[in-house]
Design a protein around this ligand. Structure first.
Ligand code: C2E
Ligand code: CA
Ligand code: CA
Ligand code: CA
Length: 396
């Protein structure tokens, strides 16, 4: 019935090939990809490169079934490794598909919907093809709206920090808190950091937001010291990989040390295991510099990346936080208990403080205590609290 279809294609791994192996290999990869697209489409198809690793294909056939069959075949063909010189490279395709029909009166809408479908294919696991439907439109609009609000955000008005206690598993007493950011502007209260932080990173807002969070954390710690009359508690602050490498970070940390000398060693920065392990990013020199000026470092989400226990000693760290996904398994699986135990012992041996994340039940607490794990965080102890409630938690 319809006489055209538009495919929007985006490839993974191209940027890392460019970064790691250089532009000439990157260019070879693009040529190899283009050849595959040509081989698998009919002669009257138009293939265009839109820039970077994004391509579009226009087909003179708008039958949804056959277009999807072709798209799936393209995904398969693209998933095979490319041999470029001595390199074997995989660069999978995510494809969004629109078939031309009476809904479309202008080309821009077709392109927008094909991109929405492509974006949808990407976020639902990559290496697949998706036919556009209206729900994706809503999703795309929602994202655009979030981007817009993030760009326009006034941090003091639109964001808040919450503090979740980290407790001694032996005594239950709080030893510190993790700072967790919340978006509180009207209508966006339900959008959690897992959703908005990656978007803020992508659109380049995270450096400033991260800076705001650090300053807010230092101010909050100073106000706790004032209210408690002593300097006991510490705050853990999450920093993203890009934030660690951002030129703004070191000057800010130096300024904080200057302004709050009594906070030396009491603002602990959390960096995820995946960031620490990223060899290309190589955070180690920066991590050393950060520690040197008085900020201890914790490896966050340990167990979700690909590092092995044997790597732990290679990184400049003071603490390890074991990811929540591990604790979910220790009640059921002896193997997990053994792994957990091994992590705790090794970290102890290396002089690293160990924090168990996501402790929700008494049973988990008992097991952790038996393993000699010293610190924990989770709903069993408390949810993330307002700064006032955190102060009350310390006093109770
Ligand atoms: P995370 O660093 O692993 O933080 C712990 C997350 O687990 C928090 O979610 C916390 O509310 C939740 N949690 C704590 N205890 C439990 C428990 O017992 N059970 C369960 N199911 N969950 C628990 P939240 O606040 O939604 O934050 C999600 C993620 O967003 C954080 O994971 C962190 O990666 C990121 N994030 C949050 N705040 C910041 C920030 O200020 N800066 C940066 N860069 N990332 C942040
Ligand atoms: Ca891409
Ligand atoms: Ca964290
Ligand atoms: Ca974590």
């Amino acid at each position: 019935k319809h006489d055209y279809a538009l495919l929007s294609l985006d490839f993974d791994g191209f940027k890392s090939v460019n970064d790691a192996l250089g532009h000439s290999v990157g260019d070879q990869l693009l040529i190899s990809i283009a050849k595959r697209l040509q081989q698998h489409t009919a002669e009257n198809a138009t293939i265009a490169r839109l820039g970077g690793d994004e391509f579009a294909i226009i087909l003179r056939d708008g039958d949804a079934d056959s277009v999807m069959a072709l798209s799936d075949a393209l995904v398969q063909a693209c998933a095979k490794p490319h041999t470029l010189g001595q390199h074997q490279i995989v660069s999978t395709a995510s494809i969004g598909v629109v078939v031309g029909d009476e809904r479309y009166t202008n080309a821009e809408d077709v392109v927008r919907d094909a991109d929405s479908a492509m974006y949808n294919a990407k976020i639902s696991g990559k290496s697949q093809a998706r036919l556009f439907d209206d729900s994706m439109h809503t999703e795309a609009l929602r994202r655009l709206k979030l981007e817009h609000y993030l760009r326009e955000a006034n941090f003091d008005r639109d964001f808040e920090i919450k503090l979740q206690p980290i407790v001694s598993l032996e005594s239950g007493a709080p030893t510190g808190f993790e700072v967790l950011v919340r978006w509180v502007s009207p209508g966006l209260e339900d959008v959690g950091p897992d959703t908005f932080i990656p978007i803020a990173e992508e659109i380049g807002v995270m450096a400033d937001l991260g800076q705001w969070i650090l300053i807010k954390s230092a101010e909050t710690l100073a106000s706790f010291d004032g209210a408690l009359g002593h300097q006991r508690t510490v705050l853990h602050v999450n920093v993203s990989k890009r934030q660690i490498l951002h030129p703004q970070l070191m000057p800010l940390l130096i300024e904080l040390v200057d302004r709050y000398p009594e906070q030396r060693g009491r603002l602990i920065l959390e960096i995820t295991e995946t960031a620490v392990m990223d060899r290309r990013a190589n955070l180690v020199p920066r991590m050393e510099a950060i520690r040197e000026i008085g900020f201890p470092l914790a490896m966050d989400d340990f167990g979700t990346g690909h590092s092995s226990l044997a790597c732990l000693h290679k990184f400049p760290l003071d603490e390890v936080k074991i990811d929540r996904s591990f604790i979910l398994n220790i009640e059921e699986s002896r193997e997990f208990t053994a792994i957990y135990h091994a992590i705790v012992s090794l970290a102890d041996h290396l002089g690293l403080k160990v924090v168990a994340e996501g402790v929700e039940t008494e049973a988990q607490l008992v097991q952790l205590q038996a393993m000699g794990c010293a610190f924990g965080q989770g709903y069993l102890f408390d949810r993330p609290l307002s700064p006032d409630d955190a102060l009350a938690f310390m006093r109770r």
